[in-house]
Design a binder for this molecule. Structure first.
Ligand code: TRH
Length: 395
């Protein structure tokens, strides 16, 4: 189960294990966590990833052919069946999303004194049970030893682990959003003119949904211009169908600029995460998905719609409503009702034309809400601050 490799690696403070289930969310979250820990001075981080090709899509500096490599100050180790012979577990070992650590690695953890602090970083959910489970210990038997594994749940309330948000991110966002010349230069870098006074700019990074077809059709018929920024991916077909541009599906590529009625569609390549954040900060409305883009849309402080990752037996709708209960709590009841109906329609593939027709009525209060919401989320600190505090009370 082990191979030797002369690598002269430093002792690590953090080992983070990530199994890429599908798409980019698992690696997206762990990569942000790794960088934030390193950049904010919490020590040396090693990130174990089982799929470097997916990772490279959001991290252009990564070479998927390397077994081990340093990127942005993080040591990235390809996680395969064979554990490097010289591996010593770090002080803190994070198993992301219950990804199951390799048994020989757990044996080595158990052989250390003091043993590493073992954290299972869970998926984000706004459901109320999360508060009861956050921070709980689960004793694990390793030979005749016992190691505690702690459940760490991200979340939206003080009794959870909070959300990933880098120090300085909010100030950077504010500066970006206030810098008119900078924004014009950004749009120009994407091959677009500066935004017109009455124009709406929307980013869209969702899964497939029939709801997109009717939404995009509404934008085509909008009395004012709409520009859609569309990173190439799973929503392409529905979007182009909605725009009546089926013939462009087969040949669509990043950089293309398409027109239908009052809608302009700009197809974008995937960028690194900082580039995606800037896209979210620049748009008036963001359609996002999964876990990480969903959180980042909240830091953009702009209206957003969440296309949640679909689960069996509609379990995701319970999660969606759990979030909406928090998110909509401070909005006027009619705005809240409309937004809930809109979120349900997007997630259940229903018609959205009539819902979209209400946008001019609710847009202003939604915009305003975006700002207060992002401030409220940080009242009790970001995820890394809470994680470090949690560990201090355990180590
Ligand atoms: O990609 P996702 O759908 O990921 C997931 C996974 O499927 C996972 O298994 C599931 O459990 C989880 O969703 C809920 O959505 P997410 O989480 O938004 O991740 C996308 C990542 O891609 C995010 O880190 C942002 C990043 N990204 C870029 O870095 N550049 C880009 O251009 C774009 C469009 C996204």
């Amino acid at each position: 189960m082990t191979t030797s490799s002369p690598r002269n690696l430093p002792p690590f403070d953090w080992d983070i294990f990530c199994c890429v289930v599908d798409n980019f969310g698992d690696i997206g979250v762990t990569w942000r966590l790794a960088r934030q820990l390193e950049q904010e001075g919490h020590g040396k981080v090693r990130l174990w990833v089982d799929d470097l090709a997916s990772f490279a899509r959001i991290c252009p500096g990564l070479d998927p052919a390397q077994d081990g490599q340093w990127v942005a100050g993080i040591y990235i180790q390809l996680w395969h069946d064979t554990l490097p012979a010289d591996v010593t577990p770090a002080t803190v070992v994070i198993e992301a999303f219950a990804c199951k650590l390799p048994a020989p690695f757990i044996d080595r953890m158990a052989g250390l004194t003091p043993s590493p602090c073992w954290i299972n970083l869970e998926y984000l959910s706004a459901e109320s049970w999360v508060e009861d489970c956050h921070g709980l210990a689960s004793p694990q038997r390793v030979g005749n030893l016992s190691l505690n594994k702690y459940f760490f749940f991200p979340g939206f309330t003080a009794k959870t682990g909070g959300l990933l948000c880098e120090r300085g991110l909010i100030a950077e966002r504010d500066q970006w959003q206030q810098d008119k010349a900078g924004l014009a230069a950004y749009w120009a870098s994407l091959g677009l003119p500066a935004q017109q006074e009455n124009e709406l700019r929307v980013s869209l990074f969702t899964y497939e949904s029939d709801a997109l077809v009717s939404l995009v059709a509404s934008w085509c018929q909008s009395p004012t211009p709409v520009t859609l920024l569309l990173p190439l991916g799973r929503s392409l077909q529905d979007v182009l169908r909605g725009a009546g541009l089926e013939q462009a599906i087969a040949t669509a590529k990043a950089g293309d600029l398409l027109h239908s009625g009052n809608l302009t569609i700009k197809l974008l390549p995937m960028t690194d995460q900082a580039g995606y954040d800037r896209l979210l900060w620049s748009c008036d409305l963001n359609l996002v998905r999964g876990e990480d883009s969903f959180v980042r849309a909240q830091w953009a402080s702009r209206p957003f719609l969440w296309h949640i990752y679909p689960q069996e037996e509609q379990a995701h709708m319970v999660k969606l409503d759990g979030f909406l209960d928090h998110y909509l709590a401070d909005l006027p009841p009619d705005t809240a009702q409309w937004l809930r109906a809109f979120s349900h329609a997007l997630n259940q593939g229903e018609q959205t034309c009539e819902l979209w027709a209400q946008w001019p009525r609710y847009n202003a209060s939604w915009q305003q809400h975006g700002r207060s919401w992002s401030q409220k989320l940080l009242t009790d600190g970001d995820l890394v601050t809470r994680l470090v505090k949690f560990l201090e009370s355990r180590i």
